[in-house]
Design a protein around this ligand. Structure first.
Ligand code: BV8
Ligand code: ZN
Length: 254
């Protein structure tokens, strides 16, 4: 049951911010990070696979893990939740989408200008000088699929010869300053913040809903289970994003 007040809030929102987490991609078949490192890569702990120390210790292992992830993500599709969010662009004058996810499913559903707080799987940069590494972007899909146990060396930076790393933000690394500052401003100016599929455990992204609340925004969230934002949300919708979000858009905009 979707509260009529929420439908009205969305329909007449003048500045809607949508914040997504791994739950918005779950129904596309993207395992959440934890499932990934307990699944086929379970004999490697997350610290080794997704951290700067892990990369320094074994660049080929970490690079191969992300090549394997890129290959998996390139084979799956955006789900109805991504498409519902993309459909709002033409209906709400001032809509911003902020994501913690590193996949490109929002973009592939037609959302441009998404703010990625934790980087992007399909981008890479030099570990030493941060120079973006273009190769990856244009032939991600053309790469031969990497089997789980294939270990390949990362490429080298054309500028300084340093090792190329995935352009994602690992634990202990600062979020991109511009993206995070913009996200704070947008959340403090929002009249409604819609949170989709995030546990609210990862900071500083998890600060954003509290900032929005303090600044006077109404908070709504769609989640599969109770989470950290339960107590500050004005509307808590429990269920799958791929089902509830299209229904919400349908009720608001027909
Ligand atoms: C930083 C990219 C400082 C990598 C990721 C102690 C207390 C508080 C904070 C800390 C602490 N110790 C350390 C910290 C900081 C740390 C942190 O927050 N740790 C937490 C875990 C305790 N944060 C950091 O390290 C950040 N950096 O603080 O830097 C600094 C400052 C200056 C200079 C230097 C350093 C960096 C954080 C970014 C880490 N990188 N990803 C990669 O993926 O390879 S985070 C990673 O986890 C993903 O991005 C993912 O998005 C995120 C987890 O969050 P969620 O998106 O919420 O995903 P999750 O699986 O947790 O939840 C999914 C939700 O969806 C669930 O609620 C589920 O119920 C729901 N769901 C599932 N299916 C559905 C659904 N809902 C609806 N429909 C469904 N179908
Ligand atoms: Zn370099």
């Amino acid at each position: 049951m979707i509260p009529p007040q929420l439908i009205e809030k969305i329909k007449f929102s003048q500045s809607l911010v949508i914040l997504t987490g791994a739950g918005v991609s779950a129904e596309s078949g993207i395992p959440t990070f934890r499932d990934l490192v307990t699944g086929v890569w379970q004999n490697f702990d997350a610290q080794k696979l997704a951290s700067a120390d892990g990369f320094v210790a074994d660049p080929a292992l970490v690079w191969s893990f992300y090549e394997w992830c890129r290959d998996k993500v390139s084979k799956i599709e955006p789900n109805p939740a991504h498409h519902a969010i993309a459909s709002l662009v033409s209906k709400i004058p001032n809509l911003s989408v902020i994501t913690q996810n590193v996949d490109d499913l929002h973009e592939r559903a037609g959302n441009n200008g998404v703010i990625h707080l934790h980087g992007r799987l399909n981008h890479s940069r030099c570990f030493r000088c941060n120079e973006p590494h273009a190769d990856l972007e244009n032939n991600a899909a053309k790469k031969s699929p990497l089997d789980r146990d294939q270990i390949i060396d990362p490429p080298h930076c054309r500028k300084c010869g340093g090792l190329i790393r995935p352009d994602v933000i690992w634990f202990g690394e600062a979020l991109p300053q511009n993206e995070y500052n913009l996200s704070e401003v947008l959340c403090m100016e929002a009249d409604l913040l819609l949170i989709i599929g995030t546990s609210g455990l990862v900071y500083p992204a998890a600060n954003l809903p509290y900032l929005a609340k303090q600044a006077g925004a109404r908070i709504a969230q769609i989640n599969y289970e109770v989470n950290e934002f339960e107590s500050i949300a004005d509307f808590n919708l429990y269920g799958k994003a791929g089902k509830l979000l299209p229904l919400l858009c349908q009720l608001a905009f027909g």
